[in-house]
Design a protein around this ligand. Structure first.
Ligand SMILES: Cc1cc2nc3c(=O)[nH]c(=O)nc-3n(C[C@H](O)[C@H](O)[C@H](O)COP(=O)(O)OP(=O)(O)OC[C@H]3O[C@@H](n4cnc5c(N)ncnc54)[C@H](O)[C@@H]3O)c2cc1C
Length: 256
């Protein structure tokens, strides 16, 4: 079967989800958490890491935009998205203009970015809204025993940081989870409260990782890496890991 035909059949198989947009919370200057309640069907079954296709109504027809589900799959009657509003963006602009109570339609769920069920340690390397599918995974995932979960999350500035309390909460609850937020555009970490400094690193994700794992390079070849974020960053992180002899099959990624 040709790829085009396969994609058309696959799209055809995806379910339509009618939802009501119920609320949004501002996470930073241009990123929002959107909450949708399902009304037809009333439930969604998805694997943490999968995305959903937003139908953006136009004057004639609609266009589609893909967004990773950021909530736990244990919540079946609603779901959340973390979306950055892009200047002049059709999908993100449509979302940011929504009024509470309106109907919003999606198709899905879809995608292969999901946690492998094995006992390898899992290392998440994400930038910006690439945190969305990881939030779903860590909220849903802790049935995988004996694996350690380390998150390296790249943001530009301290003012861009969100979900800090949520991440601190997971860390308290789950001993096998740890995280570092890597700030690439700050000069220093002086603005961060003393008790939170341990969660931050000054620089990019790869340098943070190098620093923490310098003495454990023999170990990283058995870990699994989950990369998510902008296309170019994911590609360069992938090349970085390959250069450290991480096997290709242990690098799982989603490019936005
Ligand atoms: C599998 C998958 C999952 C995704 N999940 C998420 C998610 O969870 N959260 C999320 O926010 N996005 C996610 N995206 C990206 C999302 O699908 C859209 O591409 C993004 O929201 C921009 O769409 P738009 O319609 O608003 O902008 P468009 O109308 O497509 O673009 C408008 C203009 O902005 C430019 N532009 C587009 N994106 C950016 C950007 N990020 N920064 C600067 N300029 C840009 C374009 O080049 C264009 O000139 C995902 C993408 C994929 C493939």
């Amino acid at each position: 079967m040709g790829y085009g035909l396969w994609v058309r059949r696959k799209k055809h198989m995806l379910s339509i989800y009618k939802t009501i947009f119920s609320k949004k919370s501002q996470l930073n200057s241009n990123t929002y958490l959107y909450h949708f309640n399902l009304f037809e069907p009333k439930e969604i079954i998805f694997k943490p890491g999968q995305y959903i296709i937003l139908k953006v109504p136009l004057e004639k027809g609609y266009i589609s935009r893909l967004y990773s589900i950021s909530s736990s799959n244990t919540e079946k009657n609603s779901f959340e998205l973390i979306v950055e509003t892009v200047l002049g963006g059709l999908g993100s602009g449509y979302l940011s203009s929504l009024k509470e109570g309106v109907e919003v339609n999606f198709q899905g769920p879809a995608g292969m970015f999901e946690l492998k069920k094995n006992e390898r340690d899992k290392i998440f390397m994400v930038t910006g809204t690439g945190i969305a599918p990881i939030r779903s995974m860590i909220n849903s995932k802790f049935e995988i025993r004996n694996s350690k979960f380390s998150l390296f999350w790249g943001l530009k500035n301290y003012k861009d940081v969100y979900l800090l309390n949520e991440l601190k909460g997971y860390k308290l609850k789950v001993a096998s989870f740890d995280f570092k937020i890597c700030l690439s555009r700050e000069q220093n970490l002086d603005m961060i409260p003393e008790e939170d400094k341990k969660y931050f690193f000054l620089g990019h994700i790869d340098s943070c990782f190098e620093k923490l794992f310098t003495n454990h390079y023999s170990l990283i070849t058995v870990n699994e890496f989950y990369l998510c974020g902008g296309r170019n960053i994911v590609e360069s992180l992938k090349q970085f890991l390959l250069s450290k002899n991480v096997p290709k099959e242990n690098i799982i990624f989603e490019k936005f």
